[in-house]
Write a protein that binds this ligand. Structure first.
Ligand SMILES: NC(=O)c1ccc[n+]([C@@H]2O[C@H](COP(=O)([O-])OP(=O)(O)OC[C@H]3O[C@@H](n4cnc5c(N)ncnc54)[C@H](O)[C@@H]3O)[C@@H](O)[C@H]2O)c1
Length: 283
């Protein structure tokens, strides 16, 4: 199936659209003449994003916690009612917390898995039938190079959630392509991008303790420094996503070397039996 060639007049839904990569995706879609529904759990950021993006085209903000399937159903209903159709869905909202293995509480595990994995799954389950009924469309699920790289210090829940997004998205893509579906799937797996991800705990639910172990704090400080120095601009990532939708390409790899190095390390581990040493985030 070819991808979407003409974006003008079409409609995109972007979760986590109030900041970072999601905001850049919304902006890029508007520049192509699409209308956009941005969904986010952070109300003030959502309001500011809608206000600043409105100059570029028709955009609505829908307060949505992607962990809640009823909220995602409401997002779909609102997009259909106010924008008339849905063609592209970016399941992009994500969070990060962690620490040394036994310091990570069950509530922290559930928060990361609920947003990063079940949030993406909710988006696929709610929007896939709408896209199919609409004559076709495209789903973009945001993972990370963490989907290919295990053993990153203090980031075990994030890594597990992104492996899950990768596995689910690959299975969905293979199933839909084999069935001749009119819906394409892409997996976005970036390395460091200049966003507010290192400050993801700003959206931490009250029952999740702050991850402030000394080792964890150092990892986050290093990641923030690496991202500030050499991270990609979100707009560059958004351009790559647009091309993937246009060409119906599955893997969107803004940092291809980091993705393939992670796979290579695991292949070497399988071949030699020797696990690689702990990695630092962003390396
Ligand atoms: N920035 C990076 O270096 C990087 C690298 C790899 C992958 N990613 C992934 O990119 C995606 C976007 O993150 P970003 O880097 O733009 O960070 P960001 O923090 O700037 O944006 C994430 C957005 O998701 C929203 N969000 C958080 N929890 C939510 C929930 N429960 N429901 C709805 N919205 C929620 C936040 O309010 C925020 O607006 C994430 O999935 C992240 O894991 C980021």
């Amino acid at each position: 199936m070819p991808g979407i060639e003409d974006f003008a007049g079409k409609v995109a839904v972007v979760t986590g659209g109030a900041s970072g990569i999601g905001y850049a995706l919304a902006q890029r879609f508007l520049e192509e003449g699409m209308s956009v529904a941005i969904a986010d759990v952070e109300q003030s950021a959502l309001d500011s994003a809608v206000a600043s993006l409105s100059a570029k085209g028709r955009v609505i903000g829908v307060p949505t916690d992607v962990r809640d399937i009823e909220a995602v159903e409401n997002l779909a209903r609102t997009a259909l009612e106010q924008l008339g159709r849905v063609d592209v869905v970016c399941n992009n909202a994500g969070v990060e917390t962690g620490g040394s293995f036994l310091s990570i509480s069950e509530s922290a595990w559930r928060w990361v898995m609920d947003v990063n994995f079940f949030g993406v799954l909710n988006g696929c389950r709610v929007f896939l039938p709408l896209l199919e009924a609409n004559g076709g469309g495209h789903i973009v699920n945001t993972a990370s190079v963490a989907a290919f790289n295990s053993g990153t210090a203090t980031m075990t829940p994030y890594c597990a959630s992104k492996f899950a997004v990768l596995g689910m998205s690959e299975c969905l893509e293979v199933e839909l392509r084999t069935a001749g579906s009119n819906v394409g799937v892409s997996l976005l797996a970036p390395g460091p991008v200049k966003t507010r991800m290192v400050d993801a705990e700003r959206n931490r639910p009250q029952d999740v303790a702050q991850a402030n172990e000394e080792g964890r704090v150092k990892v986050m400080e290093r990641l923030a420094a690496v991202t500030a120095q050499s991270g990609l601009e979100p707009a560059v990532v958004a351009d790559q996503v647009l091309e993937a939708i246009r060409n119906n390409t599955f893997f969107v790899l803004p940092h291809p070397d980091m993705a393939t190095a992670g796979i290579q390390r695991r292949m070497d581990w399988m071949a030699t039996g020797t696990p690689p040493p702990v990695r630092q985030a962003g390396s």
